[in-house]
Write a new protein. Structure first.
Lengths: 307, 301
């Protein structure tokens, strides 16, 4: 009892002076930190709860997603055997791949250009503004503006490829992800100085070699993150896809959205679970590649988040 | 001098594909929508005509239905942004400051997982949970917390919950990045100089996190204003959003002029919001800088 009383002021003092270099003094965690940790864990629970629910309900053997009947793999088997579901997932994956390729090419060129622009170059300022404008444009505005344009391009101007559902999806999705890739690549290139490229030029490297051996390796983490980002943005897109899609090329989110009005079946949860797992594997691979390139974990997360 | 300009021309040329693409697939279509908004719907079977130009569609769009939906959307978006911010600030602070460095990457990755899960599917997860016959409802009834089945699905509260959930990662990430950049050394210096927890918070951490707060709020608010997916999954008939009205004009009503006018107004509203938020940020920053200046007093003679 008496020792406790004696110890108390000393401990209090050490708690208030903590923050210095010696972490040993922090043995007693202050209530604020504990409270924040609890809050943090609660937020994580909130963030993961619906995903967990979808994961669990993917094993529902009932006919309706929300009405639990029993545990089984029926939904996975049914989904694999369902032609429409398989087709829409394939459509989504192809469109996402196409979008990733197209917007990564455009975004990488644009990002490199912006990173090299003179500080007061007018074209760079306008391009940045234009890209920012695509970012703040609500999806529904993109959707309603591009559909009539596609229709008139395809019929009035006779550019028939635009009538193809896949082309439409890729073109429309790229409009929305080009800015993300451009800004990620620009951020990446602005962090590095141009001395390496200049050195290569001084050593008589051709512009082509300079690009492949110096610029591209430096930009690679940003390009990779941008590609991943545009892939997922395309995979996730519902509103624009539902406008521009052509029957026979219905992407997966549009399929879900339309079955919302009819009936939601556990197959949707099963396919979503598989797609989430695939996305996580892809993320892990990208994180691993970035780590090989010598990035720190926080940097990797930031790069992937596109911030 | 000429070397510099040649370099700049090279950079400009590199950006040509982006330019061409954006002009062709963004500027022209959006310009067309602006053009359509001055037209009209000639008859039941024609979607659009621009033979007579007028501002009538804007007046037509401002009818009570549109206005009430717009205000509804604005309230949901505004409140959603505020709740996201209130959850996001302490959470991002915890991640960026309190959590040991080696865990940070993992936690950011975990925040990203919902972000990488399909938007619709996440919302469906909530639909299952909030259903009156769902397991949450059953559990709460068995525990005696509530008398009857929960009645939250297809209400405004459900929509609000859904949007907060769906957009929270977009708030957390920029907040985390800005708080992480703000740096431990400045906070430590403040503490060493006698600043207590709150002083450090309000004089060091929050001002440094301001860019993150601004971009987080915009990242949540802007897409939220146009989103109608969350609302139609969780709100049913109650969850009417502006985006839905615009979509209806193009999908079912086939009145392109009216839909375009609504879309233009939505777009103008969002651009105004961005401009106002940007201006407020610049003003606050200027005031803070002015107040924060250290004045070295002249020695008394």
């Amino acid at each position: 009892m008496s020792t406790a009383v004696l110890n108390d002021p000393a401990e209090k003092r050490s708690a208030t002076t903590a923050g210095g270099p010696a972490p040993i003094h922090r043995k007693r965690r202050d209530p604020m930190a504990v409270g924040m940790a609890i809050f943090g864990v609660l937020v994580f629970c909130f963030l993961f709860l619906p995903i967990l629910v979808i994961f669990i309900y993917s094993f529902n053997t009932g006919r309706l997603l929300a009405a639990w009947e029993g545990f089984g793999f029926d939904a996975y088997i049914n989904a694999a055997g369902n032609q429409v579901i398989r087709g829409s997932v394939m459509t989504s994956l192809q469109a996402a791949l196409g979008t990733a390729v197209l917007s990564t090419i455009l975004g990488t060129l644009g990002g490199l250009a912006l990173a090299r622009a003179r500080k007061k170059a007018k074209w760079a300022a306008i391009l940045t503004g234009l890209l920012a404008l695509t970012l703040v444009t609500p999806e529904i505005v993109d959707a309603i503006s591009i559909l009539p344009w596609f229709v008139s391009l395809g019929t009035d101007f006779g550019i028939t490829p635009i009538n193809n559902g896949m082309v439409r999806l890729v073109v429309a999705h790229t409009v929305m992800s080009i800015a993300v890739v451009t800004f990620i690549v620009r951020a990446r290139m602005q962090g590095t100085d141009m001395a390496l490229e200049e050195a290569a030029a001084d050593l008589y490297a051709t512009p082509w070699n300079r690009f492949w051996q110096i610029t591209l390796p430096i930009a690679a983490p940003g390009i990779l993150a941008g590609a991943l980002m545009s892939f997922t943005l395309s995979l996730d897109n519902t509103i624009v896809s539902s406008f521009v899609q052509v029957p026979g090329n219905t992407p997966w989110p549009v399929y879900i959205f339309s079955s919302l009005r009819v009936s939601l079946r556990p197959e949707i949860a099963a396919v979503s679970t598989i797609m989430l797992l695939l996305t996580l594997v892809a993320l892990a691979v990208v994180a691993l590649v970035l780590r090989r390139m010598g990035e720190s974990s926080t940097d990797i997360a930031k790069t992937i988040a596109g911030t | 001098m000429s070397k510099f300009s040649r370099k700049d021309v090279g950079a400009a040329a590199l950006s040509f594909p982006s330019w061409a693409y954006l002009v062709f697939f963004f500027i022209i279509p959006v310009g067309l929508v602006l053009w359509y908004s001055f037209g009209y719907k000639p008859d039941l079977f024609t979607a659009h005509s621009n033979s007579i130009l007028s501002f009538d569609r804007y007046i037509e769009a401002l009818d009570p239905t549109f206005l009430s939906t717009f205000i509804n959307t604005l309230q949901i978006a505004g409140l959603g942004t505020l709740i996201c911010l209130l959850i996001g600030i302490p959470f991002a602070y915890w991640m960026a400051v309190k959590v040991p460095v080696k865990w940070r990457g993992l936690l950011v990755a975990l925040v990203l997982v919902p972000f990488w899960t399909n938007f619709l599917v996440r919302t469906l997860g909530w639909q299952i949970m909030l259903a009156p016959e769902g397991f949450v409802s059953d559990a709460l009834q068995n525990l005696g917390v509530i008398g009857g089945p929960i009645e939250i699905l297809y209400t405004r509260a459900a929509v609000q919950l859904g949007v907060v959930y769906n957009y929270l990662p977009l708030m957390i990430l920029p907040l985390f990045v800005s708080l992480d950049r703000a740096g431990a050394s400045l906070r430590e210096a403040s503490r060493d100089l006698g600043g207590n927890r709150w002083r450090t918070m309000f004089h060091i951490t929050l001002p440094l996190a301001a860019p993150g707060i601004i971009s987080g709020c915009l990242l949540v608010f802007i897409p939220l204003m146009g989103d109608y997916i969350t609302a139609s999954v969780l709100g049913g008939a109650q969850g009417n959003m502006v985006g839905q009205l615009v979509a209806n004009q193009f999908n079912s009503a086939q009145n392109w002029a009216l839909g375009s006018a609504m879309a233009v107004m939505l777009m103008v509203f969002i651009l105004l919001t961005v401009a106002i938020v940007g201006a407020i940020y610049l003003i606050i920053r200027a005031i803070l800088r002015f107040n924060r200046r250290v004045l070295i007093e002249e020695p008394a003679s």
